[in-house]
Ligand binder design. Sequence first.
Ligand SMILES: Nc1ncnc2c1ncn2[C@@H]1O[C@H](COP(=O)(O)OP(=O)(O)O)[C@@H](O)[C@H]1O
Ligand SMILES: Cc1cn([C@H]2C[C@H](O)[C@@H](COP(=O)(O)OP(=O)(O)O)O2)c(=O)[nH]c1=O
Length: 282
Amino acid sequence: MMVQKDRTLIRFTRELALLRYGDTAVEQAVKTGRTDPEIIPRFIVIEGPDGAGGSTQARLLERYLQSVGLACECSTEPGDGRIGRHIRTLLQDRKNSEQGVAYAPEAKAQFRAEWGKLAQYFAADRAEHIWGMDGILAKTQAGMYCISERYLFSSLVYQGLSGLSDLNLMDLDDSGGSDGEAGTSISEIWELNRDFPLPQHFFYLDIAADLAEQRIARRETEEQTKREIFEQEGFLAQVRQAYLAVLEHFGRIAPGMEIHHLDANQSREVLQGQILQRLGQS
Ligand SMILES: Nc1ncnc2c1ncn2[C@@H]1O[C@H](COP(=O)(O)OP(=O)(O)O)[C@@H](O)[C@H]1O
Ligand SMILES: Cc1cn([C@H]2C[C@H](O)[C@@H](COP(=O)(O)OP(=O)(O)O)O2)c(=O)[nH]c1=O
């Protein structure tokens, strides 16, 4: 299992390094005179491994910006439209919460069947989120601040990483037979996501997998939340490594996007203070 996990991470990092974004940047520069991908002003994205505190900070930031009189709205990916709700069902559908990620057999079968399509689903949900009637583009153009919990960086990380065997679907009987199947390749995921504009600010909340696991476990009992499929300590350790590669990549290709790499192992208040400071709000 460990060898398989290492290989997945190596494949991920290599594929990311091989992305031929440079060629496209040249094409874009010829067409538009710009080398930087499109940036949406006032669009703020918060991400990190599950349990880092992204939802908490997004809500605190929304409340703060509203309290100082700025129009601001928070949204999530996956969203609450039809596709987003379907994705949630795939990630969440569990039999019971006491035994780790224990899927009901029908849910597991459905997850396996739709596994290869997750990256497309997320991209379709994202298109609605950005370009939909009441989407991020319309709102930011009207002067609003928009905070999104997760964006395309999550697709590169989570779908780029996850072969089925990286995930513990291990209440296994298991006749499914597709363990070891790789997820969509990074270059395919990139193709699906390359036309999306980038946020002005990308906050990455960094957290070690064991701490993230502790927070997820606490949330599960205290807030009665359901644990989702990716919320497993072993997988989250890979997620963190993959995020670091993704941050490095975007730091190179998208100088117009402000990337803020913050330590999530601090109190909610301290972290919020750092976010406000980076936004010039303190
Ligand atoms: N800075 C923090 N320190 C300790 N616990 C936190 C912190 N931020 C969030 N939490 C708690 O950790 C759990 C996960 O936080 P949440 O915001 O849901 O994370 P995410 O959206 O990144 O998965 C929640 O129970 C939340 O109350
Ligand atoms: C946006 C996005 C999320 N995800 C995953 C990450 C999360 O495990 C899950 C749901 O996100 P989220 O609700 O943000 O989880 P949490 O609040 O616990 O951090 O969806 C992807 O796999 N790909 C994507 O493109």
